[in-house]
Write a protein that binds this ligand. Structure first.
Ligand code: ATP
Ligand code: MG
Length: 265
């Protein structure tokens, strides 16, 4: 079997001054998998993704990426960090936090420039990715003055330009119109079929269904309560209700108990 992309070995994690968020959490992610990470607000999805991205570190246990332990000290080595971020691309929940250049073109070129590629190679890569994502018309615009969906697309371009093996996305369809959501879903399916590992945190069960084979579910008290086929999880109404991913209430029609996910229209 090939080396897992990520392995969490009995990790604990807490934010400074807070109580443990995770405790004794173990998890393995195989190369080429497509995973949705599900859970209610505050369940710990973004925190777990940040751990995969090397932005926060376990307070106990170990995290391995591509078979090698990831520690704060290792990622402080800028050469190591550059290589790591070339292999693991991520798209934040808030793309605004991710954009810091004054031109879209420069934003997308930032990662390749950091890798020390020649300017001709950087230009080819950036132009190719902007064309692939149909963003050429935005190349000279300021990322700050784009719409939310356009910003998200630029963040996607900035991640994909490095051709990462693993793509980590935090609530990627938030604020996207239906066509743009469809565009993103098609793109993620295509990347996964090319062997890329895709890990997506979301509340959007339709998105989870469309793009993932495996679901990992965190409860509101941050426990891993499900790890298995997403089809099965998404059909399990009592599980989804228990973890606050769907809301169900019971009332009576005549003599019969009657359950709805949502209220009557
Ligand atoms: N920087 C931080 N410092 C302290 N506590 C934090 C920090 N970031 C998140 N938390 C807390 O950790 C918990 C998990 O937060 P996290 O952002 O991982 O949840 P989430 O599942 O991504 O939620 P959402 O669905 O709202 O995005 C929450 O209780 C949150 O308040
Ligand atoms: Mg989050």
């Amino acid at each position: 079997m090939s080396t897992p992309v990520f392995t969490l070995e009995r990790i604990a994690f807490r934010y400074p001054g807070a109580e443990n968020l995770f405790q004794d959490l173990s998890l393995e992610i195989a190369a080429g998998d497509s995973i949705c990470l599900l859970g209610a607000n505050g369940s710990g999805k973004s925190t777990l993704l940040k751990m995969f991205c090397g932005l926060v570190f376990p307070s106990a246990g170990r995290i391995l990426a591509f078979g090698q332990e990831i520690t704060e000290a290792r990622l402080e080595d800028s050469g190591f960090a550059r290589q790591y971020h070339r292999r693991v691309g991520f798209i934040f929940q808030n793309s605004e936090a991710q954009l810091f250049n004054t031109r879209v073109w420069d934003e997308v070129a930032y990662g390749p420039n950091q890798l020390g590629l020649s300017s001709a190679e950087v230009k080819t890569r950036v132009d190719d990715i902007l064309t692939m994502l149909n963003l050429q018309s935005l190349a000279d615009r300021s990322p700050y003055r784009l719409s939310g969906g356009e910003k998200k697309k630029v963040a996607v371009a900035a991640a994909l330009v490095l051709n990462p093996e693993v793509l980590i996305l935090d609530e990627p369809t938030n604020g996207l119109d239906p066509k743009t959501q469809r565009w993103l879903i098609e793109l993620l399916l295509q990347l996964n079929s090319m062997g890329r590992t895709i890990i997506t945190a979301t509340h959007n069960l339709d998105l989870a269904h469309a793009i993932s084979r495996r679901a990992i579910i965190l409860s509101e008290d941050h426990q891993l309560v499900y790890d298995g086929p997403s089809d099965q999880a998404l059909e399990d109404k009592s599980l989804l209700t228990a973890v606050n991913l769907i809301e169900e209430y019971t009332h009576r029609h005549g003599e019969q108990d009657h359950k709805h996910r949502y209220t009557h229209g």
